[in-house]
Each structure stands twice: as C-alpha cells, then as structure tokens.
Design a protein around this ligand. Structure first.
Ligand SMILES: [Zn+2]
Length: 504
C-alpha cells in the first residue's frame, strides 16, 4: 500500500527544535566564535527556509495578518544588517530576538478534556500534549513525563477527538437547489467558482473537517490543485485536501448534455478513451492530482439508466498508469456491473454504489475495496425535488442507497464516510455521518469511520486520524460525548489543524 505523507512538516519542526536548543546553549555563554557560527546558520535557516514557521507563529500568538507583517519587517531588518555589516553583535542580537520570540512560543500545550476519543476508543482520564504541529503524548495523566508546559487548556464536559475526515467532497460545487449543476459548470467562470470554494473550504474546516478527499473539480480543471496549495501555504483557512483534478470520463457519457449537436459543450470532467487514457492519466498526475477519479458508469443508457462507460481494458489502463506513479484510482459507479468492472480493474474505493448487490459487495470485501455510500447526496437531491423527509415515503433513490449500504454493512465491506458534500451545504458534512448512524452503524463505529477508518483508506493512517504521539495535531473539541449522541458533532466548538487553533 502506498502512503502519502503530509508534506514536510515533521522534518521542519524537528530541525527548528534543534536550532532553538542551539540558541539556548549560546545564551549561557559559550565562546563568541561558536555563537557567531551558530547564529549565522540560524540566520540562513530563518531567512531562507523557515518563512512558513514565523507565519504560523504570528497566527498562533495574535491571529493578525498585520502582526505577521511587522514580524516580517523585523526579520528583514536583521537580514539587512547581517548582509551589510557582519559584526559579532548583529547575529548575537538576532539570537536573543529569536530566543525571546521562538522559545517562549514553541512550548507544549496540555489539553485536559473529560474524554478523549483516540480514533479507535473512548477514554476518560486522558490528557493530550501538543507541541508545534505534533501530538507528543496522549494517555493517562500518570504516564506523562515532567516537562515544561506553556499552556494548559481545561475542557470540562468536552470530548477531544481527531479532526474529522471527509471522504467525498466537491469544494468547487455548492447546493444544486441554489444553482443547478449544469449552470455551475456552464455559466460560472473558474475564478468565480474558486472564490466561492475558498469560503467552502473555511466552512468545512470550522465544522471540524480537518482533511477532505475532494472528488473532482466538475468542470473547473485543476482549480482544486491551486486551492489545496493556497491552504497548505496558510493563505486561506481550509482542510488538508487530497484532490482528483478534472476526473476521467469516457467520451459522450458525462454532462452537461442535451445541447445542439453542432456545439461542443464544456464538460464536467476530462474525456478520454482507449489508448489515449495513458496520456490523459499521466497528464492529470503531472498537474498535481493525488489520485485518479473515473466515472465507471453514468446515466447514458437508452432510458437514462446508469450503465458502464469505460471497457474493462480501459479501466485497467488507468489503474496501471496510476499505480506506476504511486497513486490509486477511485470510481464513481452505481450499477452492479460497473462496480464489478472497476473492482476487478483494481480501484480502491467505489463511490455511491446504490445498485450494489451481494455478489459485488462480497467481491469488494474479498479485494479490500472500500465503499463510500454518499447517503446524504441522494437524500438532499430528493429533498430539492420536493420530498419531505419524515412525512412522506422515501423515494426509490433513497431506498436503494439505504438498501445497498445495509447490505454492504452486513457483508462487512469497509465503509468510507463521505457524503458528496457540495451537492449539499459545505460545513454540513455531519449530515452523512448521522445517516450512517441512523441506517445501521453505532455511533462508536461512525466515529471510527470518520477518523482512523477514513485515514487508513485514504493512505493517511500513518500520521492522521488518531490521537497518539507523533501524529499531526488535528483535533476537535465537542460538547458532551459523541459516542452517546452523535449529533454533538454538528456543533464543533474548537478546531485545531497542524497544532493551530482555528476559531470562527
Ligand atoms: Zn461526487
């Protein structure tokens, strides 16, 4: 199994600590030359490689962009002084400055909630220590080493758990009852869609979703790749993203449809067929996708029913190329036939799968392929068409999704929690998790699914989805006990991503 680690943070932090320790020694009076050499390297490290760290510092301390600018200017003054006048005092002053600002900020934060859900189980009498972007300890108070604690956060009556992981989102879409999918794809420019997506990203993070697997830009090209970059650089708040770019569809199968035969319509995904799939897959990889999404079927049957789009050989080409690059493939598929073809071709997850039958779910279990039922999408679309949940009988589409989900659960297929959010409101991701609870899973199972379960399926399980030492500090705080009442997830009180609190 290939593992995608989260870019470079761990290494950055460890090196920073080394530098801080070095300054600590300097300040107690080692030889001047030694100080000079240390500070000289420190200057280079900060001026050239650690811009990101002091951006985070400023945010952590003051949360103000302006302050970042001031810090930036101060550093520039030192930089200038050092370049133009390499006297001993300048780097020494720099070391004091950095010592003052850095050492006092990079301390350990002790979190003391009533309960900790570690991604697998609920614990009482646990504390969690966070330093920089990492969890350094999680366990009983008695097992904690004596260390310097800069801040203690008591969270009475609360549960601390890993940041939730969304398995199926479209940050470049928004609810179809506001603007139809066709109109979003055809009438809205990419710049407009990106502007909206930045707000969607912020809402998602503040709802406690610290990571999302975004399943296609739906006509917005590689805008998701850029969005991910802006979030990673701290330019805008948002969840960590795994992105699919435009996704792959077989020619003529995907929307928008129904226009004059003389017009070439902008499509919601990239069309490619046959041997061209080698190039198309490689092209998407080269432009920054984290995985490949294919539409293994779509509503292109004589009566608009979902039927397979790519042939078996075509699906195999896509999987073969993606695997060579260390990436995996996920498939949109509703019909049992397309689900089976995609599974046999080697995809890792099946999205929607409302037509899944016993045979295909047993095959998925055998091959370790995960199932993302997207229950909330079907319900939302039915509601947009006038269905009143709880008062009227469930529409056929909703019933089918529930039946498939329950069958998959019974057979023991791995479930990936993902709602197809974008079809419904961003930040309302918990809607899917509540439906998973309503239709078959226990609250505890859902909690596992949306943390460690999703992380493992998405190849992130080495540093996300669990609260344990050396994992990234993506944490959320909720009132009460979500294992007893999952609805508490609707009101996430605090969100930490990468060791930084994000507050509305
Ligand atoms: Zn989707």
């Amino acid at each position: 199994m290939v593992t995608h680690s989260i870019p470079g943070l761990k290494a950055d932090r460890l090196e920073t600590r080394g530098i801080i320790n070095a300054i600590g020694i300097d300040l107690v009076g080692v030889a001047h030359l030694y100080v000079y050499i240390k500070c000289f390297f420190l200057y280079f490290a900060i001026a050239n490689s650690y811009v990101k760290i002091y951006i985070e510092l400023a945010e952590k301390l003051f949360g103000q962009k302006g302050l970042y600018c001031i810090l930036n200017k101060i550093f520039r003054v030192f930089q200038h002084a050092l370049i133009n006048n390499q006297s001993f005092m300048k780097p020494f002053a720099l070391s004091i400055f950095v010592h003052f600002f850095v050492c006092n900020l990079f301390g350990q934060v002790l979190l003391k909630p009533d309960r900790v859900f570690d991604g697998e189980k609920m614990h009482t009498d646990w504390v969690v220590l966070v330093e920089d972007s990492l969890i350094t300890y999680a366990g009983p108070t008695s097992g904690m080493k004596k260390i310097k604690i800069n801040e203690e956060v008591v969270l009475s009556g609360k549960t601390l758990m890993p940041g939730m992981i969304e398995g199926h989102s479209h940050l470049l879409l928004y609810p179809y009852n506001q603007t139809s999918w066709n109109d979003q794809v055809l009438k809205e420019s990419e710049s407009y869609r990106v502007a909206r997506a930045t707000i969607h990203a912020r809402k998602t993070l503040l709802a406690g979703i610290t990571t999302t697997r975004d399943l296609g830009s739906e006509g917005a090209g590689y805008a998701d790749v850029g969005l991910k970059r802006a979030i990673d650089q701290g330019l805008i708040p948002g969840p960590r993203m795994l992105v699919a770019g435009p996704a792959l569809v077989a020619t003529g199968t995907y929307g928008p449809k129904g226009f004059s035969t003389e017009i070439d319509i902008h499509k919601g995904a990239e069309e490619a067929d046959g041997n061209d799939l080698y190039e198309a897959t490689r092209n998407q990889i080269s432009r920054g996708v984290d995985f490949i999404k294919v539409y293994a079927d779509y509503r292109w049957g004589p009566n608009d029913e979902s039927l397979p789009t790519f042939t078996q050989e075509e699906l195999e080409i896509i999987v073969k190329v993606a695997r060579l690059s260390g990436r995996y493939v996920v498939a949109h598929a509703n019909s049992a036939e397309a689900m089976k073809m995609a599974v046999l071709a080697g995809v890792e997850t099946i999205e929607h799968g409302s037509g899944g039958n016993r045979e295909v779910f047993e095959l998925m279990k055998e091959k370790g392929v995960a199932y993302c039922p997207t229950l909330a999408a079907g319900e939302s679309i039915s509601e947009y068409k006038g269905w009143v949940k709880g008062k009227e009988e469930k529409p056929k589409r909703v019933k089918q999704s529930i039946t498939a989900y329950q069958l998959a659960l019974k057979i023991g297929v791995k479930i990936l929690a993902g709602g197809d959010v974008g079809v419904f409101e961003h930040g309302d991701n918990v809607k899917e998790f509540l439906l998973m609870d309503d239709y078959g899973m226990s609250a505890q199972q859902v909690l596992q699914c949306i943390t460690s379960g999703n992380a493992d399926i998405m190849h992130l399980g080495n540093n996300l989805g669990r609260i344990q030492a050396n994992f990234l500090a993506d944490l959320i705080v909720v009132e009460g006990n979500p294992a007893e009442d999952l609805k508490t997830l609707k009101k996430v009180e605090k969100v930490m991503k990468n060791g930084i609190w994000y507050i509305d």
